[in-house]
Design a protein around this ligand. Structure first.
Ligand SMILES: [Fe+2]
Ligand SMILES: [Fe+2]
Length: 301
């Protein structure tokens, strides 16, 4: 039974059933994704994209634009000339770097910020950002698609955000405090399908949707299997670097891959050598900048 603010008792099974039915309900409102970030995402898929177009798209969302300028001015990217315009920031970070900073900021705005369960959201944010960078680095080493791996790494646990929102909605409608940490292990199995459902609603490409839906089982073929394999390995690297998704009160990593899954991922990527030394070196600067100055000092990276 759940810990409660009043005397009503609710079983784990009831909460699971309610969360499932909420996900199926026509009134269910999952998070939305900033339009400027989606526009930038599709723009950067085009080979003829110009820097000015990326800056224009970003300029339509002042919060995203401010984050990109801030990152370009950070110690990790500092250059001789101080960045003073959005276009200069895009040039400093590069198209891929700009796109990824904008996607990280968009996810933070739409999914990882909220008045309730702030610690869980922050743990999910750090985990998602770390998996994004580590999946990208793994894709570079394996000769896969770095940008798709980054996007899938960033979005892979989107369904966990949906679970949090559902628990918060139930707390309100039942007028009791549903303890997310206590419930988590009973609900975790729902998240891959929800990650895929939300990505579909956002208009993400089919490969991304497939990868999100199967990032814990790898039951995919072709390109999606390759991208999902980078996410599986990145998840274990994130764990090693202290960026697993942890639920407060339960000092355990919620997601952990078994050796068979990790081995399947290495085989799919045809990795004969341990990619970690190269991957960790490669992500040090961008991941440090993304997670904040405290992370730049981490000895493990
Ligand atoms: Fe997951
Ligand atoms: Fe994860």
């Amino acid at each position: 039974m759940l810990a409660r603010a009043n005397r009503r008792s609710i079983s784990h099974e009831s909460v699971l059933a309610e969360v499932k039915s909420l996900f199926q309900s026509p009134t269910w409102r999952p998070p939305t994704f900033p339009a400027a970030a989606m526009e930038l995402l599709s723009l950067t898929e085009r080979e003829d994209m110009e820097i000015g177009q990326a800056a224009d798209a970003l300029g339509r969302d002042p919060v995203l634009a401010a984050q990109v300028v801030k990152r370009a001015r950070s110690a990790a990217y500092a250059g001789r000339q101080v960045v003073s315009t959005l276009k200069e920031a895009v040039v400093r970070l590069g198209v891929s770097g700009t796109r990824n900073v904008a996607l990280e900021s968009a996810m933070t705005m739409s999914c990882f910020t909220g008045s309730q369960n702030a610690a869980l959201r922050e743990s999910l944010r750090r985990h998602s950002v770390a998996v994004a960078h580590l999946a990208r680095g793994t894709a570079v080493v394996a000769g896969a698609s770095p940008e798709q791996s980054f996007l899938c790494g960033l979005l892979h646990d989107l369904g966990s955000v949906a679970t949090l929102l559902a628990l918060e909605e139930l707390s309100t409608s039942w007028e009791i405090q549903v303890d997310a940490a206590e419930m988590w292990l009973h609900l975790d199995l729902l998240h891959p399908e929800q990650s895929a459902a939300i990505a579909r609603m956002w208009g993400m490409p089919d490969t991304v949707i497939d990868v999100l839906g199967h990032h814990h089982d790898l039951s995919l073929k072709g390109a999606p299997r390759t991208v999902a394999s980078t996410v599986v390995l990145a998840e274990s690297f994130a764990d090693e670097l202290g960026h697993s998704f942890r639920v407060s009160g339960q000092q355990i990593a919620v997601e952990s891959a078994d050796e068979e899954l990790l081995s399947d991922a290495r085989t799919a990527l045809m990795l004969e050598e341990d990619p970690r030394p190269v991957v960790f070196k490669q992500v040090k600067t961008p991941l440090g900048a993304a997670l904040g100055a405290d992370e730049e000092a981490r000895p493990a990276l």
